[in-house]
Design a protein around this ligand. Sequence first.
Ligand SMILES: [Zn+2]
Length: 170
Amino acid sequence: MLVESRRARMLRLTVHADGRVVVTMPRGMSPAYAMRFAQARSQWIADKVAYFQRKPKPLLLSANKRDYRQYKDAALDLARQRLAFFNVIYRLAFHSVTIGNQKTRWGSCSKKGNVSFSYRIALLPPRYADYIVVHELCHLKEMNHSQKFWDLVSLAVPNYRDIRKALKNA
Ligand SMILES: [Zn+2]
């Protein structure tokens, strides 16, 4: 994109984070000259574009926030329902259920009995979401990943190994 600027004294080349390349030129300069100027710096432009492509995209971050707002209520409903369902078996007491925006974890459980899930459980196939709910529920009794813990998980989700493996690649 070629922009003529009243204030520009010199040609200026800018590569924006979204990949736009802007050549700003002083008024009255020949556009052909400005284009030659940009073409002569095509390697520099390519490097800059590649740099922004490698960088984490703020655009993804805002999409993530939007998804969180969109799915958090459904995730909370799901978590409450499935906790109640599986607690018929386990009968464990918990304090609160919350939905977070965490990207690296599906769920967590605190010593005080606060259970938290990523909003993304609402986007999973039900059997995966069920496993995550059962996993955190069982942490209320076993705050570790010992064999005792997995035995507890397997009461409700006998095939937990397969589901864990699939979730690692999700
Ligand atoms: Zn765990």
